[in-house]
Each structure stands twice: as C-alpha cells, then as structure tokens.
Design a binder for this molecule. Structure first.
Ligand code: NAP
Length: 234
C-alpha cells in the first residue's frame, strides 16, 4: 500500500489535512521543520520527519525516506513578505529554496514510482496570491504561481501514466501565515472576501480530502479555490 506524504504537516492547514487524510487508513509520513511538537499526537500513528528544506542535506535526507508514495500533499512553504525595495537576498533565496527547489525535488522524486504503480495523486497547496498579488507578496506569490504551473506540467507529462495533480488555493484562512501578518487586522482581512469571514484550516483540508476521493478522479490539472468568494468581496 502506498504512503501519504504531507509536507508542512506541522502548520495549522497541514495538521487539518493530516486529520482529514488519516481516515484513508494508509501509512502516513508527516513532515515538519522546527515545530515537531505540533505533530506530537501523531507520533504513534505516523512517521514524522523533521527537515529544514533550506538545507540541501536535510532535503536530500527527507527525499531518501519517501519510498512508495501514493498521495503527496505539498503544504510546506516559506511565507516571507516584504515590499520590493526591502526584499533581501536571504529572503529571496529562502523562498526559492523552500517553495520552488524543495517542492520541485520532492515532487520529482515521487513521480517515477507513481508511474510504475499507475496511481499517484499530488495535491499542492497554492494561494489566492498566485492570481492576485497584494503589496509585499512579490516573491511568495511568484512561488505559488510557479506551483500552479508545475501542477499543470505534471498532468501534461504524466496524466496518461496514472498521475493526477491539482492545486487547492486558499484565501484568508485563520492559520499561521495570517496570524503573522501583524500589520493587517482581522477586520480588514474579513472585508477581502464576499462572505465577510475567515476560512478555517478544515475548509482547506476538506477539499484536499475530496481530491483523494475516487469521486473526484476526473478533476485533474486544476486549481480549486477555497476562498469564500475572495474575488467578489472588493
Ligand atoms: N494561512 C493562509 O491564509 C494561507 C493562504 C493561502 C495559502 N496558504 C498556504 O497553506 C500552507 C500552510 O500555511 P499555514 O498558514 O497553515 O502555515 P505556516 O505557519 O505558514 O506553516 C508553514 C509550514 O511550512 C513549514 N516550513 C516553514 N519553513 C520551512 C523550512 N525552512 N523547511 C521546511 N518546512 C518549512 C513549517 O514547518 P514548521 O512549522 O515545523 O517549522 C510549516 O509546516 C502554506 O503552503 C501556505 O502558503 C495559507
């Protein structure tokens, strides 16, 4: 039986995805970087691997442990934000390394076995910012646009070999990334979407769960927006 691998499982959204996918009753590999504590309750039910993807050796170690993967959820991300004049080389390199290099190498690594087994499901956690960029989000949004393009490339190259791939693109979710945006109030964020409230990590996780359900098997190479009507709010 193939594994489920969830990168960034220690994030609020990653944890909600872990809980939703645990009902599939497949072996799970859960990834964290610094916050292993967040995965404590999963220690007996899953393999937990800590790896800082900004280190090539830790990334290679993580990839070496993956084995036969049936479902890959890419949720790990650097969410650095800064106005263009203040983007540092450090922040730029970190975003490229985690959101582009690590995402690409992990995905590349699981595809050959998925092709042999003729079953694979890759679900990438993108963001509304891939389509609409807000101030300060240049590099983060660019990395999510890359993720969406890569998702389509997987389908173009491996669709006939049994590998599916889709993105789930959250809007304003009450979780880590948003909690760190100190300069924006919750009230301001609520005004950003048509329903006037934040989404929950579970709102995102339920869509990921649907994409793992055979009922969704004809959905491929797309981006499912989970944003409360973000585009109609302003
Ligand atoms: N919250 C939102 O409103 C929102 C909206 C759109 C998209 N998203 C996306 O949803 C996903 C989860 O976001 P979130 O807000 O729940 O969580 P978050 O707090 O931003 O968590 C980021 C995740 O990435 C991991 N990570 C950070 N730096 C890393 C590194 N150097 N190497 C490896 N992993 C690293 C973190 O691990 P540790 O915590 O263990 O260090 C954590 O699991 C992200 O892909 C984010 O872009 C979120």
């Amino acid at each position: 039986m193939g594994h489920i691998v969830i990168t960034g499982a220690s994030s609020d959204i990653g944890l909600a995805i872990t809980k939703e996918l645990s009902v599939l009753d497949k072996p799970m590999i859960l990834h964290c970087s610094k916050n292993r504590e967040a995965l404590k309750e999963w220690e007996e039910r899953a393999t937990i691997i800590s790896a800082d993807f900004s280190s090539n050796s830790e990334l290679d170690f993580f990839i070496s442990k993956l084995g036969d993967v049936e479902i890959l959820v890419n949720a790990a991300a650097s969410t650095d934000t800064n106005l263009i004049p203040y983007i540092t080389s450090e922040s730029l390199n970190k975003t490229i390394q985690i959101n582009i290099v690590a995402f690409t190498k992990i995905t590349q690594a699981v595809i050959p076995k998925m092709c042999i087994n003729r079953r694979g499901n890759i679900i990438n956690i993108s963001s509304v910012t891939a389509k609409k960029v807000y101030r300060g989000q240049a590099i983060y949004a660019g990395s999510k646009a890359y993720m969406e393009a890569f998702t389509k490339a997987i389908v173009a190259e491996y669709g006939k070999k049994g590998v599916r791939s889709n993105c789930v693109a959250p809007g304003s979710i009450n979780s880590g990334t948003l909690k760190r945006m100190g300069s924006v109030t919750e009230e301001q964020i609520k005004q950003l979407n048509a329903v006037g409230k934040l989404g929950s990590p579970k709102d995102v996780a339920k869509v990921v769960r649907f994409l793992c359900n055979p009922d969704s098997s004809y959905i491929n190479g797309t981006v499912i927006e989970t944003n409360g009507g973000h585009w109609m709010g302003i």
